[in-house]
Design a protein around this ligand. Sequence first.
Ligand code: KIV
Length: 284
Amino acid sequence: MGERNKVLLSALFKKAHEGKPITWLTCYDYPTAFFQEQAGIDMILVGDSLGMTMLGYDSTLPVTMDDMIRHTQAVRRGAPTAFLVGDMPYMSYQASTEDAVRNAGRFMAEASCDAIKLEGGVEIASRVRGIVDAGIPAIGHLGLTPQSVSSLGGFKLQGKGALQAKKIIDDAKALEKAGAFAILLELVPDRVCKLITERADNCLIMSLGSGPYAHGQLLIYHDMFGLYPKFKPKMAKVFGNAGEVILNGLRTYASEVVSGEFPGKDNYFGMKDNEYDDLLEMLD
Ligand code: KIV
């Protein structure tokens, strides 16, 4: 791909109006960001899922703002033109609107983000309003919201029943009214996603495991490439098994070191004889 212009909010809405799906992936490091930029991915989310995918925790809850800022800065260096979204970690916005605005501001000022994302519905609408009033674009996140995984009863489909689905639809409206320019629906039934997309007035609806009736799709990078060893969610499609390639490479490396096959002639450097002789003299 050649040079592309910075992906702006207006370009995302233009795509949606033209019926062109928006591409969105998670990313947590510089080299992966570089590849995503080359592939022309529209949006990148530095998710607090990095707690699980990169730091090895069992949940996203231990992730701090400082963790998020450090990884987001690296991603921005690798992907200068992608629309970059910072994910507000646990307890960076729940306690007060003041916290929410201050931490959202850190993503923008310290990591050059284009927007932030936060989890929850009507109960966090005031936080969304505060952030948007501070001039920071905000994305809501409904359905399976990993920071509330204990109260949701695990990583499972949300909104299967009519009552719960109605609550998600109401939450989406509350977020849109509060000023969110986009809402991510994670693991809700496809028809619930479709109803929300049809009812959105000026809000992009993004799907993660919620089917095709949205303005765009998000996937967790590690799930796409077999890079998360603990489990593979059903909703994730594996686009290439990089995990297997890496594991095979590591095993081959170990056996080549043991057998002496590595390093070979191409993998190290010699020294001119005269320099070597001078060196030996110096050592005498
Ligand atoms: O942290 C993350 O990557 C997320 C996705 C699960 C949407 O919030």
